[in-house]
Ligand binder design. Structure first.
Ligand code: SAM
Length: 275
């Protein structure tokens, strides 16, 4: 297979479930898809796919998740089929990382916002208050959408507080990958101002949520997605992604802290609880 394919699969794997399928999927003649591909069934559009897509069979459109077979042509003209489970933006648009595999792009903010879940506040078994999901979500589904605000919009005295509220996973994405928002310190996810209950989500090194920068009609948002199926009443966790040398004791991984349970509260808890 062509050299770019593993690269593509790598990028997708981070975000999507991708596994090769070798079966009897019809090949309908190839076409090059430079930026967007109209891929037939259910008027699904794949954004920014820089590969040849020979056939796509949408298997199932359940909630916000679309399952499909995709035939991808390598530069050596061989075709491999992949089974994809991808989040849908609700308007038939698939949320797909851009070429850098980092951004998630969606055209319709209204539809995106509609997919947000109700988050409840409850006592966490891990630490203080925690965020809990009201109804269950499937893997890859959107839990919440956050805004980015320019630092200039935030009062200086609130800056440190807000920075401490900033989920560093978002900062990491912005800092590491997103050139539009570079340098990342110019922007802050203003969880405080939004008053969103998700700001009470506690840390876990094995979280059930993750963040992605989303481009919506030219605007940046941070999407919080389910990393796995999350049941109703389950507590939501992020990996705060502290730098190893800056992590507080409670966030240190057992191997990094030297012992399994040290002084502070548990760092790896994944409490299940009804809110
Ligand atoms: C965004 S707040 C989360 C809500 C917090 N539990 C509360 O009651 O306000 C982040 C703070 O929660 C605590 N925290 C988060 N995850 C934790 C964990 N796994 N173990 C212990 N404390 C944690 C830390 O004090 C951290 O500064």
């Amino acid at each position: 297979m062509a050299a770019f394919l593993p690269d593509l699969v790598c990028k997708l794997e981070e975000f999507l479930h991708v596994s090769p399928v070798y079966g009897n999927c019809g090949v309908y003649g190839s076409r090059y898809v430079p930026r967007a591909a109209r891929i037939g069934l259910e008027a699904v559009t794949v954004l920014k796919v820089n590969v040849e897509v020979v056939s796509v069979h949408v298997l199932q459109l359940t909630g916000n998740v679309i399952q499909m077979f995709v035939g991808i042509v390598g530069s050596d003209k061989s075709v491999e089929f992949y089974y994809l489970t991808v989040p849908s933006c609700g308007d038939g648009t698939l949320g797909i990382p851009d070429q850098k595999g980092d951004n998630y792009e969606c055209r319709n903010m209204k539809l995106l916002l509609k997919q947000q879940q109700r988050v409840l506040l409850g006592r966490s078994d891990v630490s203080g208050w925690g965020a809990f999901l009201k109804t269950s979500v499937e893997r890859y589904m959107i839990v919440k959408i956050h805004h980015f605000y320019s630092i200039s919009m935030i009062r200086h005295d609130l800056w440190h507080y807000r920075l401490s509220q900033l989920f560093s996973i978002c900062a990491k994405y912005v800092r590491a990958k997103n050139e539009y928002l570079n340098p990342w310190l110019q922007f802050v996810l203003d969880a405080y101002r939004k008053g969103d209950k998700l700001k009470f989500a506690n840390h876990s090194p094995d979280p059930n949520c993750y963040a992605k920068v989303i481009m919506v009609a030219g605007d940046h948002r941070v999407g919080i997605f389910a990393k796995e199926r999350i049941s109703a009443g389950e507590e939501l966790f992020y990996d705060y992604r502290y730098e190893p040398d800056r992590a507080p004791a409670w966030a240190r991984k057992p191997e990094a802290s030297g012992s399994k349970k040290e002084d502070a509260a548990p760092s790896s808890g994944r409490a299940k609880k009804l809110a």
